[in-house]
Design a protein around this ligand. Structure first.
Ligand code: GRF
Length: 220
């Protein structure tokens, strides 16, 4: 059984999708050992408590610098012997020290199609740029901002009558599908990293033509 430590800062809908997918048996061999938030008001903490998952609040504001904050995070994660760190809407940048401590053991979800629109407000950046497609990305975390090897991506169209909120909602629905999927692959040891590329063992390769998308589409 692999032990997950989930870091959050906010509403925790991604956390909820992971909880639900463990409960349904889609993600096997994994349990959430602890949910840590840097924000005591995060609704994700309530979600964890409702599922009887241990929680902790480690507020970055209580520490003089990032290193001390991260030392406390590591201490807490080690207390629970965690195997993987899952960043599910955790709004703090992690330093090299933390990342090297958990090399290739940290997953993040980003609400844009990386490498486009990294950093904060990925959905707004994509919307304002005027792209016809955006989406979300699950990737391993490295020292850069949203630059680590990509595991899974999902694409959504940006529609003519969208605003940032409608686009966010469409992307979030896909986040709730691909994050549990990437975690399932991770804990089942199906991911193989080679440089920047992540190969998925047993990935189906047939019917690729169904995966091509055009937006706006033509009916002719
Ligand atoms: C998601 O959009 C995620 O991609 C981003 O932060 C948001 C977290 O949402 N990193 P939630 O707290 O999981 O609802």
């Amino acid at each position: 059984m692999k032990k997950l430590g989930i870091l959050i800062s906010g509403s925790g809908t991604n956390l909820q999708s992971i909880i639900d997918n463990i409960n349904s048996g889609f993600i096997k061999n994994a349990e959430i050992s602890v949910v840590i938030s840097n924000n005591s008001e995060a609704y994700g903490l309530v979600r964890a408590e409702k599922s009887s998952i241990p929680t902790a609040v480690i507020n970055h504001k209580d520490f003089p610098n990032r290193e001390d904050f991260e030392e406390k995070l590591i201490e807490k994660l080690e207390e629970y012997n965690i195997d993987y760190v899952i960043l599910a809407g955790f709004m703090r940048v992690l330093t090299k020290k933390f990342i090297s401590h958990y090399r290739y053991k940290i997953l993040n979800i980003h609400p844009a199609l990386l490498p486009s629109f990294p950093g904060t407000d990925g959905q707004k950046q994509a919307f304002e740029y005027g792209v016809k497609f955006s989406g979300c990305t699950v990737h391993f975390v490295d020292e850069g901002t949203d630059t680590g090897p990509i595991i899974v991506q999902a694409v959504v169209p940006v529609l003519q009558n969208d605003n940032v909120e409608t686009l966010k909602k469409r992307i979030l629905a896909k986040e709730h599908i691909i994050f549990p999927y990437a975690i399932k692959l991770l804990v089942e040891d199906k991911l193989q990293i080679s440089g920047r590329k992540v190969y998925i063992k047993d990935e189906p390769t047939e019917n690729m033509k169904d995966l091509f998308l055009i937006n706006p589409y033509s009916t002719s």
